[in-house]
Design a binder for this molecule. Structure first.
Ligand SMILES: *Cc1c(COP(=O)(O)O)cnc(C)c1O
Length: 381
């Protein structure tokens, strides 16, 4: 069956973004973050394409994402799990050479147990708490596990030391971020004093690479910028500020489109869609697009989002339904059933970016992308 919308992935744009990021990184390694089904782009479609363009390290959150990545990757490509590993998944993770975080002492014990059983080293990154107060080993646990790490050096390959900044996308968090970086460096030194020198120290994501370039260390885990979005407007401004060329170096690689299935005239005074959320102030022309919140089009875009059709913006009116949305096309009367509708992407000189609908909410990009369902058709062009 055909899906009511299609996602297209632009290879040229991905190449451009990767080139730009590599230039920022210099000698620092890049791990391309593909959690949330590659930010909605689809791991199966996206990963091989990124590999073709030189990426060889990918970060996911869950074991199941790691398995998908493992199925489609080239033999020399590395997959790293940043999230929690369920007990029943540890065997296959170690068996398949997937790298993973040690964020708590139980996971360490589990890794040692399975490595022993499998007679195979677990490749781990020690995740330390530096001030986000989310995951990561507390200083007490960190110091406590060091003898265990040393005793089990036959079973563990300590590939990395890692942590995560609590809000590198905003300079408002400057003090907190810098304090985290200092704690991180102390942990690294402590490890070294105990004879453990991980190959990769990594803490930064896309935003840190722009706002705090000295925190790049050995590796940056970048997601959103690889896909061509800036983490926040602030990061974009920070980058562009000092540049003579003010053009945006990033290009969105995703476009998501559907088509018009119904157009109709609504007389003045009538309500449109469910309830009373939208009333026609004048006679209106509207269109129905067969994409709703079950297809990944967020309900938060009710009476708020816009799509592109004939290169022009058409506002979403009323509430986004489970399987459709309604837009005002009074100003574009030539629209016909079957015409292409852009939900994400550009047409003519106009572009849809979710974050711009709600000025304050840059995180909407992450959320909407991550929720794009897996069953939408995806193709590369
Ligand atoms: C999501 C995530 C990243 C990547 O963040 P971007 O802002 O998309 O670059 C890096 N590290 C961790 C732990 C993450 O969860």
């Amino acid at each position: 069956m055909a899906s009511t919308s299609q996602i297209r992935i632009n290879k040229k744009a991905l190449r451009k973004n990767l080139e730009f990021i590599r230039e920022l990184l210099g000698k620092t390694k890049l791990s391309v973050v593909i959690k949330g089904n590659a930010y909605g782009h689809g791991i199966r479609t996206f990963l091989p394409l990124a590999e073709e363009l030189g990426a060889d390290h990918f970060s996911v959150y869950s074991s199941s994402e790691a398995m998908v990545a493992n199925e489609v990757k080239q033999p020399d490509t590395t997959i790293m799990v940043m999230g929690y590993i369920m007990e029943e998944d540890m065997e296959i993770i170690i068996q398949d050479n997937i790298e993973f975080y040690i964020s708590d002492t139980n996971t360490l014990q589990l890794a040692i147990r399975w490595a022993k059983k499998l007679q195979k080293k677990a490749v781990v990154h020690i995740d330390v708490e530096t001030g986000m107060n989310r995951t990561g080993l507390s200083v007490i646990d960190f110091e406590k596990i060091i003898p265990t790490l040393k005793e089990n050096c036959e079973l563990l390959f300590i590939k990395g030391l890692t942590s995560h900044f609590a809000g590198a996308e905003s300079i408002a968090n400057y003090t907190r971020v810098i304090a985290q970086f200092e704690v991180f460096n102390e942990r690294a030194e402590y490890l070294e004093q105990h004879g453990i020198v991980p190959e990769l120290k990594h803490i930064g994501s896309s935003a840190a690479m722009i706002n705090y370039p000295r925190t790049k260390l050995d590796m940056i885990r970048s997601g959103i910028m690889v896909y061509g979005f800036w983490p926040t407007k602030e990061t974009y401004i920070k980058h562009i500020h000092s540049k003579i060329d003010k053009t945006n170096p990033l290009e969105r690689i995703i476009s998501w489109n559907s088509k018009v299935v119904i157009t109709k005239v609504v007389p003045q005074g009538e309500f449109i869609g469910y309830g009373l959320s939208y009333q026609a102030q004048d006679d209106m022309l509207i269109m129905v697009v067969p994409v709703g919140y079950s297809n990944g089009y967020s309900r938060s875009l009710s009476n708020n989002g816009a799509v592109l059709v004939h290169g022009q913006y058409a506002r979403v009116i009323g509430t986004v339904n489970m399987n459709m949305l309604i837009c005002n096309i009074t100003h574009i009367p030539t629209i016909e059933v079957g015409d292409k509708v852009i939900l994400i992407g550009s047409q003519g000189d106009n572009e849809i970016t979710f974050a711009s609908f709600s000025e304050m909410n840059d995180s909407l990009n992450y959320e909407i992308l991550a929720r794009l369902p897996e069953n939408i058709e995806r193709e590369v062009f």
